[in-house]
Design a protein around this ligand. Structure first.
Ligand SMILES: [Cu+2]
Length: 450
């Protein structure tokens, strides 16, 4: 069984292999097919119950392609709740590359920088990041935010979209108390990640692998909770509905090669990640006996004793020779987490030189009081920043329905769109506002990118 690791646990060679596999898929065209699928799925798989199984299938197929060029590769994940600094090793040149430069957000470092030449975007744009610049996502989600999501008793609930009043799916997607969790990460990274072509930034896979991991963690914590809807939900989201594009469906469009060799994969088939041939490095039974599948619903006793915010169950399942990092330190609420606590022992401190020249960078996600304006934002050129997705204060409860949102604040509910209907009306970022330079294009709806 292949193991998906926290990226901190990859050694230098493993990092290289992962980056190399990404570049290989980009080179042979397979990578861009995933970007296309993601973009076209904006109104289909996201904002609804199928988000998590759909994401799991997307990751599986992508990982399969990665492994076709690098057999030992598995998707790493990024725990953005414990590793919250823009100085993290995540952004090192040998991995994801760094933040974008101030005036247009162009990423200049690492293998995915435009000037490195190996990461051309299908729309002729360039990779853009604006870490921590979005006014609604000055910092990344916290372990407390994550606990809130994991505490949800139900998987999802009517009306099965972004306005669902509660449920794990809507909490982890980030609409409850939003922008939170997954949505907040897209916004915090900004640029390409905040658009509907988010997988153009390879960081996407590390974020979505963590979301997938948290789904399995949630299942373990709530053994009685089942996938819903089982038939009462919108088409494509029910337990036994087949998932686009793998089913060869033509809504919104058929995507080769799936139109020729359809795969009837349903949420039901994707509920147990162990059955699908992979595990996460913190799975409680990892290495402890046969790698048989833990039945969904089987009680995992150690999970109930974890302190809030504690990530890993104390266990003896580390890879051989791997040294256990001290683990995410539980910091007081609002307190900045020291960067080093997330570094694996012996791992090199990320050099400050990964910053774009001349860019002003706070020492990390500055901890500001809720609603307090962050002073560093004043260095942004007027009009450079994307329009705020919502002006909801952090922690504010999301209104139960889009009808209560202030005009311009909230995206029109995607659920009013027929399945397969084009979502273009909601990608309303003013032309030229987002991208002062050539390229880097791609529409960015308020939440349309997520
Ligand atoms: Cu996402």
């Amino acid at each position: 069984m292949r193991i998906r690791h926290d990226y901190h646990r990859l050694d230098e060679e493993q990092r290289q292999r992962f980056v190399g596999a990404l570049l290989a898929l980009k080179d042979d065209g397979r990578y861009d097919a995933y970007v296309h699928i993601y973009q076209r799925a904006t109104c289909w798989a996201r904002r609804g119950p199928a988000l998590l199984p759909w994401n799991r299938q997307l990751l599986l197929r992508f990982e399969q392609d990665l492994r076709s060029v690098e057999p030992d590769v598995s998707l790493p994940y990024w725990d953005f709740t414990s590793d919250r600094s823009s100085q993290s090793t995540l952004w090192n040149d040998d991995f994801m590359g760094g933040d974008g430069r101030p005036h247009d957000g162009m990423v200049l470092t690492g293998a995915f920088a435009t000037e490195a030449g190996a990461w051309p975007l299908a729309d002729d744009g360039f990779l853009v990041r604006r870490l921590g610049h979005d006014p609604v996502a000055r910092d990344l989600p916290t372990t407390e935010d994550l606990e809130h999501a994991l505490d949800a008793a139900e998987y999802d609930m009517a009306p099965w979209d972004a306005s669902a009043p509660d449920g794990f799916r809507n909490r982890i997607e980030g609409w409850v108390r939003g922008p939170a969790l997954h949505n907040r990460v897209h916004a915090w990274v900004g640029g390409t990640m905040a658009r509907d072509r988010a997988p153009d930034d390879p960081l996407f896979w590390l974020v979505h692998a963590f979301i997938d991991k948290k789904w399995s963690d949630w299942q373990r914590r709530h053994p009685g909770a089942e996938y819903v809807p089982k038939g009462e939900g919108p088409a494509g989201h029910n337990l036994d509905d087949t998932l686009w594009p793998w089913n060869g469906g033509d809504r919104p469009e058929a995507v080769p090669p799936f139109d020729g060799a359809p795969e009837q994969v349903r949420p039901r088939d994707l509920l147990d990640h162990r059955v699908l041939g992979y595990a996460y490095d913190t799975d409680p039974d990892l290495g402890g006996g046969p790698t048989t599948t833990r039945a969904i619903g089987e009680e995992e006793p150690t999970m109930t004793t974890l302190a809030v915010g504690e990530e890993e169950p104390p266990m003896t399942t580390l890879a051989v020779g791997e040294e256990q990092p001290p683990g995410p330190t539980t910091t007081a609420e609002g307190e900045e987490e020291p960067t080093m606590t997330t570094l694996a022992v012996g791992e090199e401190e990320p050099p400050m030189t990964t910053l774009a020249v001349g860019e002003e960078q706070p020492p990390g996600p500055t901890t500001t009081a809720e609603g307090e304006e962050e002073p560093t934002m004043t260095t942004l050129a007027v009009g450079e920043e994307e329009p705020p997705m919502t002006t909801q204060a952090v922690g504010e409860e999301q209104p139960p329905g889009p009808t209560t949102a202030v005009e311009g604040e909230q995206e029109p509910p995607m659920t009013t769109l027929a399945v397969g209907e084009e979502a273009s009306p909601v990608t309303t970022a003013a032309e030229g506002e987002e991208q002062p330079g050539p390229g880097g294009g791609g529409g960015r709806g308020p939440f349309g990118a997520f």
